[in-house]
Design a binder for this molecule. Structure first.
Ligand code: ZN
Length: 362
């Protein structure tokens, strides 16, 4: 990928500082979407203050709707897509399928680009200037234009640039879901507007802290702040026939390994397919079920070799990616690679794992 993106993301991120036993291989006939219902969560004062009074929340599942036509990848699974009870592929891609729209490998969720305390809270999707930005799910526009970070409509130095925030009609585990679309050249919507899946939100640009056009996309759950983000690659429906790899990699004392480089290659080819890094320490959240620190999506089904360095040795395992599913693995000092899915969660849902020790300085 172009070097320019490193700068793009870096700058944005500076402001955002702020795991084979694979899954069962059968695919459900239809997605088993998980958990909905009214929320009883109190609204944090800060959020209440900036939330426009538009429509009451409706916690329902995403509804099927228009979807971009694909040239470079198969069409997505229908939304909502969930093979396991803990999956939640509720969103479509925010960029039309005839654009290359997988997240830039170097700028994934949880990456660090400039300094140890600057962590990327979304994924960057390569796209040409003027490409259409699409609603990843139905919802209401709660913010459109400048000022997503700073809160000021007139702040044209806001790192997100021209951005849109959608509050979705559906939630997860009683929590509100938001998606964020940043760095647009132009918005086509206004605050309060109702959007269907696939509706046009605006155009790809390079406003804000970027040096070139791309879309910065975030998924926020339970609140609309930097500390409420989750890895979009676990929320965007896979292309049909493709799957997702999620992992949790830890060290000698059980501690998560941060920013650890992992290579994933399809077999039989030995050509590196993708390099991915485990999450950095701060500001990002692991999925409540998977507790992952690494996700790699858009993998065509098949066998992959996963390789990394550990204590100066190269360690590896083989995982199978299944269509429409998440393949999960762990690495621990004691047991090496394992492919046992996590046990069903026993905690009251959604532990907040992000540490809010960072103070973004706009
Ligand atoms: Zn970004």
């Amino acid at each position: 990928m172009s070097k320019k993106y490193s700068i793009i993301v870096l700058v944005l991120c500076s402001l955002l500082a702020s795991c084979a036993q694979t899954m069962p291989s059968q695919i459900a006939e239809s997605p088993t979407a998980v958990i909905v219902g009214q929320t009883n969560q109190p609204t944090p004062p800060a959020e209440a203050a900036r939330r426009p009074t538009i429509e009451p929340f409706r916690f329902v599942l995403p509804t099927p709707g228009a979807e971009p036509v694909s040239n470079w990848r198969p069409p997505l699974y229908p939304l909502p897509w969930a093979v396991s009870p803990y999956d939640h592929f509720y969103f479509a891609r925010p960029i039309a399928a005839d654009n290359v729209n997988w997240p830039l490998a170097e700028y994934r969720y949880g990456g660090v680009y400039f300094a140890p305390n600057i962590v990327h809270t979304g994924v960057d999707i390569d796209a040409v200037e003027g490409a259409t930005v699409l609603a990843a799910g139905a919802g209401t526009v709660v913010s459109a234009g400048w000022g997503l970070f700073s809160g000021s409509d007139n702040n044209i130095s806001d790192p997100y640039g021209i951005a849109v925030v959608l509050r979705h009609d559906f939630g997860y585990k009683g929590k509100t879901l938001y998606t964020i679309y940043a760095h647009m050249s132009e918005v086509k919507v206004v605050k309060g507007q109702r959007m269907k899946l696939g509706d046009t939100l605006g155009l790809v640009g390079s406003t804000g802290a970027t040096t070139g056009p791309h879309l910065h996309f975030e998924v926020r759950l339970g609140g609309n702040s930097f500390y409420d983000t989750y890895n979009p690659e676990l929320w965007m429906a896979p292309p049909q026939g493709w799957g997702v790899l999620a992992g949790r990699i830890s060290g000698e004392k059980g501690e998560l390994l941060y920013e650890h480089s992992v290579e994933t290659r399809p077999l039989p080819s030995e050509v590196p397919l993708r390099r991915v890094y485990t999450y950095a320490k701060e500001a990002v959240n692991s999925d409540p079920y998977y507790q992952e620190n690494l996700v790699l999506s858009d993998l065509p089904a098949g066998i992959y070799k996963v390789t990394m360095k550990y204590n100066d040795k190269t360690v590896q395992t083989f995982v199978e990616i299944f269509p429409g599913q998440i393949t999960y693995f762990t690495f621990t000092d004691k047991n090496g690679f394992q492919t046992v899915p996590p046990p069903a969660p026993t905690l009251n849902f959604l532990p907040r794992t992000a540490t809010a020790t960072l103070t973004p300085t706009p």
